[in-house]
Design a protein around this ligand. Sequence first.
Ligand code: BES
Ligand code: MN
Ligand code: MN
Length: 470
Amino acid sequence: MSSSAVSFAAQNHLRFLDELKAFLRVPSISTLPEHKADCRRAADLLAAELKRIGMENVRLVETEGHPLVYADWLHAAGNTGGPAARSSSAGWKPTVLFYGHYDVQPPDPLEEWISPPFEPTERNGNLYARGAVDDKGQVWAQVKALESLLAAAGALPLNVRILFEGEEEVGGEGIAAFVASKPPGLKADFALISDTELFAPGLPTLCVGLRGMIYTEIEVRGARTDLHSGMYGGAAPNPFVALTQMLARLKDEDGRILIPGFYDGIIPPSTEELAAWRSLPFDEEHYRITEVGSSKLVGEPGYTVLERTWARPSLDVHGIPGGFTGAGAKTVIPAKALAKVSMRLVPGMAPAKSFALYKSYVEKIAPDGVEVDVRLIHSGDPCLVPVDNPYIQAATRALREVWGRDTVFIRSGGSIPIVGDFARHLGLPSVMMGFGLPDDNLHAPNEKFNLKNFELGIVSLIRFLEEAGK
Ligand code: BES
Ligand code: MN
Ligand code: MN
């Protein structure tokens, strides 16, 4: 761990942290139209920083939504990437494609934050802010690893391309379209993604699988207009009642999804993978108390919590907006009702097929008297990344050195839609090396990034790039 880049990072740690705070003060909430300009400000800030540290060809790539940030540094040998270059030139160095996202989730409910979401605050060894760990803090760790390498050696140990996006939290349509067009400027040998977690504090972790998802809306319409519930109640259809009846038929009491054919084709984890999961330090009761905080855990009988969240699909209702929700009472039969419903998908499931099965089931179970519209908002494929490549090996060597322990391979229940696209369109294996913790409150009030993990994350990334460039 004695590289000069590592020393540079140690000497500059306080400045790195101050800069991260400035990045976190920009409320780049991708889903809220009133924060469109803030998203661009976050992209501009990143681009300016990439220029300052010596990255080249820094530019914003416009999309239909928030811009991508591209940069590269291609002065290691064999600078175009790909197996052809590898076989034909001595001293060949691989090309890595960095990925992360500068957008964040909305901070509500605001009253539950101990310090305001966009005023980053240090408290008991953590930095609290929206985006602290998901994903601005981890993007900053990537940028600071590159800065340290460039500052200490004047060069990088391998070729680097960077593609940061600002729409990950809303489905990532812009980057998906860009990557699907296979731009020659994204030619690389592997992707490096810091947007995942350590399985436990101090335990170096590589994430090798993510669930996919379909995010949908069900709209139910009854009467032509809102009606007096005394004059019409009993004769006019109520869209909220119809909607909740339908929602209640999506899952049974055991948490099994009732959509016919939904589970067809699922590829279960191998016995080796299941055995590895069983040896992870995980206690379901501890998880229930410390992370979930409910009186019981739910879900399909016969599967452990790790299997339920990593290797089985799930279905959740996120909100049912509409009707009367103000203080007091209003006797109305609303004309329409809406529900936001998403499903997580696992290997063997395809978003288009899952959505088609779901839509036809929902249409079939719609009660009399209402019209139903089932819409897809966004979707992403599940993914499993190959682990039998030199980049994963280099990563485990670097992580063992930095953390003093062997790396565990885990999956995550969350989704990062672009990872599947990197594999499909660019042929890239992904190294998902992230430094969050299970209790970092992603998407929730009091999101945090452990300061030690920020620091060791930067060192891990530096040492990984040095190993991968050997
Ligand atoms: N970084 C998360 C995904 C994640 C969380 C991976 C925890 C591993 C561990 C990402 O920012 C995220 O929240 N993705 C969304 C994607 C969706 C909006 C398409 C998700 O999973 O809900
Ligand atoms: Mn993220
Ligand atoms: Mn997220």
